[in-house]
Write a protein that binds this ligand. Structure first.
Ligand SMILES: Cc1cc2nc3c(=O)[nH]c(=O)nc-3n(C[C@H](O)[C@H](O)[C@H](O)COP(=O)(O)O)c2cc1C
Length: 389
């Protein structure tokens, strides 16, 4: 997508300082659109059950003894914020025309279902403040529970006051701070961060100074109990484990680093590490024993996986790519209104499944699932060995 400002204003384009900012913004925009396109159509997941969901069996109750009218999946995240189902769309995008369409559409989907919606990284706003509009969804979804998003490295560089301003500008309810060190090694040198120091301190300051809840999330490689424990020491009360099993950002960056079939060293490392990280089911199981609210994401594609995540102790379940694909497929067929309706139907069916599977345990709330017996297979059980490490 071309940058209209560079194209239309020759004076701006001839200032070398502005030129540099413009080209940095343009490169970021291209990256954002690449991410959307690859997540829509690219081969960015892994074969097989990488999330380890098949290693967990739930126990059927043939006599549920309940009426579905007494069933409630309502839950609260923080304070008085009540949502209608333990489900959210996690952060994806912003900063381009296509991203604007996605944020506008998916925020309305979430508002309709009364579930939270995550914006993608707002770093691009710091490069070009005019791109804020691509993140501003309040006019379309005034009451949606909205999450801002920034990477831990950018947070460290900008400090908590600037992060607070990013939240204020889009009127978000909470800030998600993303961690993605594995992906950084696969990105080309000029795009990637190589300094991973000072993250805990940056998060400690953010929790202390930002006037809304702070969630720390991975992006598909999982959070270990050791990292979560240290985050809790910084005051963090919410984590999104985002484990292995869904979108592999390492694989995605490896695909981007492969030009005309030529594999760079980053691309080769990306293919080697495509399934690097902690399977989502294991990450949820381990996180749930810690004093923190847990969002289970990374490869949640259906109601059974979602309900298994809740049974393992997740407070809510998160999804990114499957909702994006549903939205974009429908958009290409019949436009924006159809895309919104189709994505609502897709998520509604997911919630219907979660309600039904919860009922098949003989309980009226997903919150009771975690206290019921379940059968854990050897691959998932093996992860218990790092529980207190
Ligand atoms: C197109 C796309 C863009 C994403 N961009 C971001 C981002 O900017 N910030 C972030 O925290 N996570 C980002 N993610 C990661 C997701 O929030 C999620 O953690 C990850 O994709 C795993 O979930 P999934 O398997 O349901 O896709 C993005 C995901 C997608 C599909």
């Amino acid at each position: 997508m071309s940058d209209p400002k560079v194209a239309s204003d020759p004076k701006l384009a001839s200032d070398p300082k502005l030129d540099k900012t413009m080209s940095a913004t343009f490169a970021s925009q291209r990256r954002k659109d690449d991410h959307i396109d690859l997540c829509h159509r690219g081969d960015v997941t892994l074969e097989g059950d990488r999330g380890l969901w098949s290693d967990l069996s739930l126990v059927h109750n043939a006599m549920p003894e309940l009426h579905m009218s007494s069933m409630s999946l309502k839950t609260s995240l923080w304070g008085q914020t009540e949502i209608d189902a333990p489900l959210m769309l996690t952060g994806m995008t912003g900063g381009t025309e296509k991203a604007t369409l996605v944020n506008r559409g998916l925020s309305q989907v979430c508002a309709h279902l009364n579930i939270p919606f995550g914006l993608g990284s707002q770093r691009i706003m710091t490069k070009d403040p005019s791109l804020v509009d691509s993140f501003k969804v309040r006019q379309y979804a005034p009451n949606v529970v909205l999450l801002s998003n920034i990477g831990v490295n950018q947070l460290r560089e900008m400090g908590p006051e600037a992060a607070q301003r990013l939240c204020d500008e889009v009127e978000s309810d909470a800030l998600a701070i993303h961690l993605n060190p594995a992906m950084e090694f696969i990105q080309p040198g000029d795009e990637a961060d190589r300094d991973f120091r000072g993250g805990y301190e940056a998060i400690r300051l953010a929790v202390k100074m930002i006037d809304r809840p702070v969630i720390v999330k991975e992006c598909g490689c999982g959070l270990s109990p050791k990292v979560i424990s240290r985050l809790i020491d910084q005051g963090v009360q919410f984590v999104d484990v985002s484990g292995v099993g869904g979108t592999s950002w390492v694989k995605l960056e490896a695909l981007r680093a492969t030009q005309d079939g030529e594999h760079s060293r980053e691309a080769r490392l990306g293919m080697l590490l495509a399934d690097w990280g902690i399977p989502t089911a294991a990450a949820v199981m381990l996180a749930s024993s810690l004093p923190v609210k847990v969002i289970a994401s990374g490869g949640i594609t259906n109601a059974l996986e979602a309900t298994k995540a809740l049974a393992l102790g997740a407070d809510i379940v998160g999804m990114a790519r499957p909702a994006l694909q549903t939205f974009l497929d429908a958009f290409e067929r019949h436009g924006e209104d159809h895309a919104i309706e189709s994505t609502i139907e897709f998520l509604d069916e997911l919630i219907y499944g979660m309600r039904s599977i919860t009922a098949l345990h003989g309980v009226t709330s997903h919150k009771q699932l975690r206290h019921l017996p379940r059968v854990i297979g050897p691959r998932l059980l093996a992860w218990r060995s790092i529980e207190h490490s």
